[in-house]
Structure formats: C-alpha cells, structure tokens
Design a binder for this molecule. Structure first.
Ligand code: ZN
Length: 290
C-alpha cells in the first residue's frame, strides 16, 4: 500500500461515503459527499492522505465545497487534519473543544511524536479551534444527506459518533475498532453504556453498516455481533477479576492473570495490542473497588 492510502469505498452511486485507509494504525479517514457540500470526519493521518481526501471530497463526481470538518474526539490521531479544509466549519464535542491546557499539551506532544515517526513535518500545528462545540448533538445537511453528531462518552470523556440516515451508517470513532478487544481509554461503565446505546440505535434506526476509525468496516449482522462481543468482553473480564480477588490474589497479579485469560479467551494473537487487555483489566478493577 502506498503512503497516500487506499480507498475502501469510493462513494460511487448512491453511497455518500468515501473511506481512505492509511497503512498507519489501519486508520480510516472518512468523507461524506452530499449533493451540495461535503464533510470530512477525523481526517488523517499523513498530510498527503489528508490532501487526497480533500481533493476527492471537492471534485469526485462534480464540484462542491467541504462545508464541515467533524472531529469525533480529541485523541491525537483524530485531529491531525483539522486545518486542511479552508472555509469549513470545525465541529466537535464541547468537552473536546474545551480541553484544559495540560491535556492539550499532552495531545500536541503526541501529534509531534507521530510526525517524527512518520517522517513528516507539520508547521505550527495547533490544537483545534471549534466553530461548533456541541453538548449532546448537532445536525447539518450536505444536500440530501443529513449528518447527525451524537455525544457518546466512554472510549474517552469527549467521544462522539456520527449517524448518516441516508445510508443507515454509524461512524463509531474508536468504538468497535477491533471487536472482542474494546479500546477503553477512560471509564468502563460509560463505555458499556455507549455500547448499549449504539445497540439500541442499530435496532431503532436499522443501522446496517458501522465504520470505525480504524480497521474493518462492519456490515449487516456483523454490526450487532461486534457490539455484543464487546459487552461480553467486559462482563467476562469483570467475572474473571472478581474470581481472582476472591482467591486472594494481589491487585496487580489479578490484573495480569485476568488480562492473560482474556487473551486466551480471544483465541487469536493480536500482537502488541494485547496491552489493551491489561489496560481494560485495570479500569474494570477500579470499578470493583469503588
Ligand atoms: Zn481515540
């Protein structure tokens, strides 16, 4: 795969979605094309990929402006392309827009570390400045293509997801990036609530496609199966940890044993990403100690 990414969907015909897959972290830059305007969701990762997404949004099957850039949350890989769409409104959750100075410094230093890793240079990158900072939801229309942003904390305290009713597609940010290994970077209980909320939406709205910000697109029955897998993961992890503690294991021993059990339960090697099992176990343990 070249360093400028590969199109997973090309927005042909009735599908308003284009997805540019990066070879870095399986990252999906998402574009939505309406009849009058277009929108970029979490555009990343390399500058060359961001330019490619913008050109495609502006010129594919006719010309249109990019009217909105949506940043689902403030994690460093999701905000890299925020300034690359001149004239677009920057939309993000209020909690992400109002991150305190200390958090911004951490995020910006991670952006710089990835620049170094990729060998790219982005001059004077600054933390996103929102034109629309929403609390619970925000909607706009690109022309026959409504876009609905919903605040849904859990992965982080500032995460949102995007629903596209015209193609029954939910863009889930860092939820469901690897079904069976949930990426909780904040608190477990809101994460589980977010999963249940998405499952309810899948039923109520008839969602039949989920596009996470990394890795594979989920379609049809795979959508609710993936949500069920992540809910089962947390239920099992909680039980394994409780049993370890009941057996008298020390805190850190219980965490390590539980993470190992979750890896074995998965039955496939996920390489370095298994660190997330340890992280999840620590976060679940915290809820058991409350
Ligand atoms: Zn994230």
């Amino acid at each position: 795969m070249s360093n400028s990414g590969a199109w997973l969907t090309s927005g042909s015909g009735a599908d308003p979605l284009i997805i540019l897959r990066s070879d870095f972290w399986g990252y999906n830059s998402i574009g939505i094309i309406g009849s009058e305007a277009a929108c970029a969701v979490d555009p990343g990762v390399r500058p060359v990929e961001i330019v490619r997404l913008r050109r495609s949004l502006e010129t594919r099957r006719g010309q249109r402006p990019v009217s909105e850039v949506v940043l689902t949350h403030s994690h460093h890989d999701h905000i890299r392309g925020w300034r690359a769409f001149p004239g677009a409104r920057i939309c993000m959750p209020r909690i992400a827009a109002e991150k305190p100075e200390e958090a911004r410094r951490r995020i910006l230093s991670s952006v710089g570390a990835i620049d170094g890793h990729l060998g790219v240079e982005v001059a004077d990158f600054v933390y996103p400045q929102a034109d629309e900072a929403f609390a619970d939801s925000l909607s706009f229309d690109l022309g026959d293509c409504p876009v609905e942003l919903r605040f849904l904390p859990g992965h982080s305290n500032c995460t949102s997801v995007v629903y596209l009713p015209s193609c029954k597609t939910l863009l889930t940010a860092d939820y469901l990036v690897m079904p069976g290994l949930p990426y909780c970077r904040w608190e477990v209980e809101p994460f589980e609530t977010a999963l249940r909320t998405m499952d309810r939406w899948c039923v109520e709205w008839g969602v039949d496609r989920i596009v996470p910000a990394h890795n594979a697109v989920l379609e049809g029955p795979a959508v609710r199966t993936a949500i069920a897998q992540d809910l089962a993961y947390f239920a099992d992890l909680r039980e394994v940890l409780s049993n370890c503690l009941a057996d008298g294991a020390e805190r850190e021993t219980a965490v390590r044993r539980a993470a190992k059990t979750m890896g074995e339960r998965r039955g496939r090697d996920v390489g370095g990403r298994r660190r997330q099992d340890l992280d999840n176990a620590r976060r679940v343990l915290r809820t058991l100690e409350e």
